[in-house]
Design a protein around this ligand. Structure first.
Ligand SMILES: [Zn+2]
Length: 489
């Protein structure tokens, strides 16, 4: 009897301690000064975004296909739309059409900050032109949205940066640090060896310039609403790293011959075994420190009874990892992903293939290299007669810290502007121009202050890309506040 009482008492004490822990497990407090009142000109932004979309700055892998006159038109438009920037900032073009603007600060002993954006947009897929509600290069303003290619990726961001700098100049603001606006001309061309952003970085590097911090596209503000658990919140993911990208071809060779006398396994049959081995032996899932902070930040915002569970976050990590394997959205945050995307066999139905090949697209976690991918393929494939060819590869970025001055400003400005924002580090799946700046900058953040629904995010690179007008004011306030604060001191 007595023993049972002791056990009961211990459980009650543990439950009480957990309840106290859960009650105290709340969002971490950060010291932040109140933001100054800022004037922003939403009407001018709206008109200029529309005009920016009308410049067809489409990039292609083959640079001879690019209509460079459209980039010239875009540059001329920027000069006319933002007269104070044209008058005050030094402008330079790194051929063919990359833009460097330098806003000289008063303190040359401090490292400059940089705001990045790309000028180019992806083409409209052939045959889908008629599916658009409004012409993709009209920049049509229907009072609710600005429509067109680049309205979300990322002329919205580029024009918001220009608009904010122009507004700061109108206020008579003078930065202490130099402020660079760096706009590449071909970000959308994946794995381009002569990347415009790299040329800009090399231009700065040759001059001995290193940057204190960079803000580029890539992060997201995702609305979260789970009744009773997490209500009316936004997850503001600040991209502190981006995954690697590799297309790897795997080939099986065979004798070939007439299909009337086939072996048990043709080359294509053998490559099917390779596909099975790759899909059955995925990379190990794990939570890196940034993903742990992301889940911790979400756990702290949950409602009280739910926090009885989430306050024990480290104990939940194995369950999160297990769960992530079955949810593609989470899996890509926790492991290097393997996607078999293309396959080739014989050129005719009655000919045995002499060569069968698949292409696998890997998105590597930071820390996993191209060589690790090749070693993984060799290890998991039972067929040892495979040939491995790397077609395209870009290593993952390194991680930017979350205790830097710039990260703190992004967090504070976001939280001041958006009640309910959960600001947390995030891993970016795609590539960005910012990646190219690692040789001259340690604090690289990928973040866009536009709260887009998943439906609108899906239109990026697709049909009916459009930006809601009601998101504009907050975005302009974010950039103006960020640039003012980050360029001071
Ligand atoms: Zn983009």
């Amino acid at each position: 009897m007595k023993k049972r009482h002791i056990i009961g008492g211990a459980i009650a004490a543990a439950a009480a301690a957990n309840a106290v822990h859960a009650a105290l497990y709340t969002p971490k407090k950060t010291e932040s000064e109140p933001l100054p009142q800022e004037d922003v000109n939403v009407q001018r932004y709206r008109e200029n975004l529309s005009k920016a979309i009308q410049c067809k700055t489409v990039s292609y892998r083959e640079s001879e296909r690019v209509d460079w006159a459209e980039f010239e038109k875009f540059h001329k438009f920027l000069d006319e739309a933002y007269p104070l920037i044209a008058k005050t900032l030094e402008k330079e073009i790194v051929p063919p059409a990359n833009l460097i603007y330098r806003w000289k600060g008063t303190r040359s002993d401090l490292e400059p900050i940089a705001m990045l954006a790309h000028q180019d947009v992806v083409p409209i897929s052939a045959g889908t032109e008629e599916d658009w509600t409004h012409d993709p290069f009209s920049g049509h303003d229907d009072g609710e949205f600005i429509w067109g290619r680049g309205s979300v990726d990322m002329k919205n961001h580029l024009i918001a940066v220009m608009e904010s700098v122009e507004a700061l100049l109108e206020d008579g603001y003078v930065p202490e640090r130099d402020v660079y606006l760096l706009f590449g001309d071909n970000e959308e061309v994946v794995a381009n060896s002569d990347n415009g952003a790299k040329d800009i970085m090399l231009t700065l590097k040759e001059r001995g310039i290193t940057l204190e911090s960079i803000v580029d596209e890539g992060g997201a503000m995702i609305p979260i609403h789970v009744p009773g658990v997490l209500e009316h919140k936004f997850l503001a993911g600040v991209g502190v790293a981006e995954k690697g990208y590799s297309d790897i071809e795997i080939v099986v060779n065979a004798k070939g011959g007439h299909s009337s006398q086939p072996p048990v396994h043709t080359a294509l049959g053998k490559i099917a075994g390779v596909i099975k081995d790759l899909e059955d032996n995925q990379f190990k899932a794990y939570l890196n420190e940034n993903m742990k902070s992301l889940f911790d930040a979400i756990g702290r915002e949950c409602s009280y009874p739910v926090r009885l569970i989430t306050c024990n976050m480290p104990l939940l990590h194995p369950a999160i990892i297990e769960l992530s394997k079955h949810i593609p959205f989470l899996a890509c945050l926790t492991r290097t992903t393997t996607a078999v995307t293309m396959a080739q066999g014989s050129p005719a139905a009655n000919v045995l293939p002499q060569r069968a090949a698949i292409t696998v697209n890997f998105r590597a976690m930071p820390g996993t290299t191209k060589q690790d991918l090749i070693d993984h393929i060799r290890k998991v494939c039972k067929n040892k007669d495979i040939e491995i060819n790397v077609l395209n590869s870009k290593e993952a970025s390194s991680f930017s810290p979350t205790d830097s001055r710039a990260y703190g400003i992004i967090r504070d400005v976001t939280k001041s502007l958006q009640s309910g924002a959960i600001v947390a580090p995030y891993l970016v799946m795609g590539g960005t121009d910012a990646y190219n700046y690692e040789p001259i900058c340690k604090n690289i953040y990928r973040y866009a202050p536009f709260e887009l629904t998943t439906e609108l995010l899906r239109c990026t690179h697709g049909t009916n890309e459009r930006l809601p007008i009601n998101l504009m004011e907050n975005a302009l306030l974010f950039f103006k506040n960020y640039i003012r604060r980050a360029s001071a001191e």
